[in-house]
Ligand binder design. Structure first.
Ligand code: 5GP
Ligand code: MN
Length: 320
């Protein structure tokens, strides 16, 4: 963040009382972690904060402090300032997109390469490991309140978006930030157990069911699996219980691209893509109006799961 941006953001925060915070559909740890961290910090500063719920909160994030502050709002509230976090474009907000035109100023804070700079102030750094990392820097630079609760949420956001500090988006700055988070007194072992050793039985059953159907294509460079509505009903799992499968598919030695197709309805499919070395996941998903990062992206295709599979394979073949 350069000095003029810092100044204008700092001025806007001091001028405003009524703060809204929102993030994307199909939430992950960075989404929930960053909105809670900023929300808790600004509330400690004395602001009236509303954290808008765009979608469900995943089970493994329900332990985060103040998670019940993420609320579904039916009335059209007006905010002096609206922070949109971890969201590459307004469509990602679902119904909460309406708050963009209902707010005095929109601050867009994100690390997606596909971000459209839709805010009045845009703090977009595609090199940052996570939006949570950007939020930490902002809290530090603007001298906003930081406590164990804020730090717990930021730790969860960074850890989940870096694949537990594994991906190429991890820098020395990421580790320095984590060191500062640990110094606030957070219990990292507790956070890690909650995040990674707490899978529901339904989720484990879904994993076993789905991974067994994996197909390997293009000289074993492409790995594809499908989560059908039948898989979900058989295992009593929810659609979000498929989180983690696409990373498992990626982790085979020969695999460069992994794809998980999720049947939402008989004519609507969600796609998650992960890549390892040279294929740009964001490019593949942008063919279908989606986006994300170089190594992780997603899109929605208005076709059946089988038709979507064929379409996505055709596109991947051009990049492999
Ligand atoms: P996931 O596969 O976990 O749903 O998403 C991987 C990454 O791509 C996340 O950073 C997510 O925000 C982004 N992403 C997923 N779906 C979409 C989409 O439909 N549009 C855009 N622009 N980004 C997406
Ligand atoms: Mn993120």
């Amino acid at each position: 963040m350069n000095n003029s941006m810092k100044l204008s953001l700092s001025t806007e925060i001091s001028k405003s009382n009524n703060v809204g915070i929102v993030s994307h559909l199909n939430p992950d740890g960075d989404n929930i972690g960053s909105i809670l961290a900023l929300g808790i910090s600004l509330e400690k500063l004395g602001k009236t904060v509303t954290i808008l719920k765009s979608d469900y909160v995943p089970n493994d994030l329900l332990f985060l402090p103040y998670v019940n502050k993420i609320i579904k709002v039916e009335d059209d509230l007006k905010f002096d300032i609206l922070f949109v976090l971890d969201s590459s474009d307004p469509e990602r907000l679902g119904d909460n997109k309406r708050y963009l035109s209902n707010s005095g100023i929109v601050v867009n804070i994100d690390h997606h390469i596909s971000n459209t700079n839709f805010g009045n102030i845009n703090i977009v750094d595609s090199k940052a490991s996570s939006t949570s990392e950007i939020i930490f820097k902002l809290i530090e630079e603007l001298e906003l309140p930081l406590d164990e609760n804020v730090a717990t949420c930021i730790y969860a956001g960074i850890s989940t978006d870096t694949g537990r500090f594994m991906y190429e988006n991890v820098t020395s700055s990421t580790h320095i930030i984590v060191s500062k988070l640990l110094d606030t007194g957070i219990d990292a072992y507790y956070i890690n157990k909650k995040l990674y050793q707490n899978r529901s039985l339904e989720r484990t059953k879904l994993f076993i069911e789905v991974v067994g159907t994996t197909k390997l294509l293009c000289d074993n460079k492409v790995s594809i699996a499908k989560v059908t509505l039948e898989n979900l009903s058989k295992t009593n799992a929810k659609p979000e219980d498929s989180d983690g499968i696409v990373e498992f598919l990626r982790d085979t030695e020969t695999v460069e691209v992994s794809v998980l197709l999720k049947e939402i309805t008989t004519s609507l499919t969600r796609v998650s893509i992960r890549t390892k070395d040279y294929v740009d996941a964001n490019k593949i998903c942008s063919h279908f109006g989606g986006g994300g990062h170089l190594r992780a992206a997603g899109c929605t295709i208005e076709k059946s799961i089988d038709e979507s599979e064929n379409l996505i394979i055709e596109v991947i073949k051009n990049y492999i």
